[in-house]
Ligand binder design. Structure first.
Ligand code: TRP
Length: 459
């Protein structure tokens, strides 16, 4: 065990897991989905799903990881069910896929940080020009992947944990101060109203599914990140309370991100919240324009601060994505971590090229993917990953409860939480893991496959 590394403290584990969870999903995707999906009503659904569905899945993943002390592929074999290692294989592939396109967006954020520091707010108006500048996008995506690899190469306590301990508190301070500043801008109230006033007629079965999927992605579930992180956790720690803290942090940061973004957007649009830019444009088009109207000095400060925040949030997530395949190569192929990292990162980087080229550089990757509707490669990869996560989540809970057996799961959770058996948490988790999670995940998986890949919308 010692050579694999471990987290040095409970706080370190919680910050690293929360760092994995808090990412582009919270700061960019969540606010946007809330805006479209019924405001406060979406927030309430998201909260409910985070605790009813995601929390139990995270407890399960961490418990499997800690019990086996293994990567997500090896973990199933270590429990005596090598046949189930396909779940870890699908998960590891899915993590590599997510990192391949996530790194592209993170690279844009890094590039925008530099543009903001130089006071070049016009990048917002020329987003498509930016994404087709091959030299820039290659440079920043390679830089971001290199930073990620460097951190993962330093190991768990000396790399991932250390970075999370510095970046997470900084990130919380930054996001809260930016949200407070955003309140003081003209039209802030219109933005907040759009964000927070529930519009129940916008709640459809599709938005409910969206809230569920968003919660699942945001908490980094379904591919084994938390199995890998759990494998570095000490037996003394209480998995249930640690998971509760991670979930709470993720949900709070997503919520605050909306409090920051919508006042900025409203400020930029003069209070008009119709015709919002969707997709990546929300961050990369609307906001630089808002920073531009703050004037040269303030704009540079707020703009740089904002994109630095995005880069920090992305980094603590990209390291968790890279850790999964690296952990596999280190455990099973006995390659030293410092070396494994560069091979794995290189492969994932190549995987990401179609996503990188899919914003105007290559026609085929920009709109030639037929899904059934034509789309760009990044969106295709994201849809595929989303689908695989739901599949993975379903398999993980089903495996833990019915194959590995619930008694073993309970026994693992009891390490660090003596009073678990018979407690409220125990009763809740039993019901959630046995019935609620498998049913919800399987249903959503089928609906997502039908709608993403066959254009059939049952809801
Ligand atoms: N949760 C992160 C976000 O919200 C992304 C992420 C990191 C992730 N690791 C993951 C998503 C594992 C799914 C699975 O941005």
């Amino acid at each position: 065990m010692a050579s694999r590394g471990s987290f040095s403290s409970r706080a370190g584990f919680i910050l690293a897991a929360a760092g994995s969870a808090v990412g582009l999903g919270n700061i960019w995707k969540f606010p946007f989905e809330v805006g479209l999906g019924g405001g406060a009503a979406f927030v309430v659904m998201y909260l409910a799903f985070a605790f009813i569905l995601c929390f139990p899945v995270m407890v399960t993943e961490i418990a499997i990881g800690r019990k086996t002390g293994k990567n997500p592929i090896g973990a199933f074999g270590a429990l005596g069910f090598a046949k189930w290692s396909f779940v870890g294989k699908v998960g590891t592939f899915c993590g590599m896929l997510i990192l391949s396109y996530y790194n592209v967006i993170a690279g844009w954020a890094l590039g925008y940080l530099v543009e903001m520091i130089m006071g070049n707010f016009d990048v917002g108006k020329n987003f498509s020009q930016y994404t087709t500048n091959l030299v820039k996008v290659l440079f920043y995506t390679i830089t971001f992947m290199t930073i990620t690899s460097y951190v993962v190469g330093r190991g768990i306590s000396g790399g991932i944990e250390k970075v999370a301990k510095i970046l997470m508190p900084t990130l919380i301070l930054m996001i809260v101060s930016l949200a407070i500043y955003a309140f003081t801008l003209p039209h802030a109230m219109e933005g907040l109203k759009f964000y927070l006033v529930p519009e129940f007629d916008e709640i459809t079965a599709a938005t409910i599914g969206g809230a569920l999927r968003q919660a699942f992605f945001s908490l980094s579930l379904g591919m084994g990140t938390m199995i890998a992180y759990g494998s570095y956790l000490s037996k003394k720690e209480n998995i249930v309370s640690s998971t509760a803290l991670v979930t709470l942090t993720d949900v709070c940061i997503a919520f605050i991100a909306g409090m920051m973004i919508f006042p900025f957007v409203a400020f930029n649009n003069g209070g008009d919240m119709n015709n919002l830019v969707s997709g990546p444009g929300l961050l990369f088009i609307n906001l630089p324009n808002a920073f531009a109207s703050m004037g040269p000095t303030l704009g540079v400060v707020v703009g740089s601060f904002f994109f630095l925040l995005i880069a920090f949030a992305a980094l603590t997530s990209t390291v968790s994505l890279l850790e999964v395949p690296v952990c596999y190569v280190v455990d099973e192929m006995k390659v030293p971590r410092a070396k494994a990292v560069w091979y794995v990162a290189g492969i994932i980087y190549l995987f990401g090229l179609p996503s990188l080229l899919g914003f105007g550089i290559s026609d085929f990757f920009s709109n030639g993917i037929v899904l059934p509707a034509s789309t760009d490669f990044l969106s295709f990869a994201a849809s595929l990953a989303d689908t695989l996560l739901l599949f993975g989540g379903f398999c993980i809970v089903t495996f833990a409860f019915f194959i590995w057996k619930k008694e073993n799961l309970v026994a693992e959770i009891k390490n660090g939480y003596e009073e678990y058996e018979g407690s409220f948490a125990h009763r809740f988790l039993d019901i959630a893991i046995s019935y609620v999670c498998p049913t919800l995940l399987a249903t959503l998986f089928v609906l997502v496959v039908l709608s993403h890949f066959f254009g059939i919308s049952l809801i």
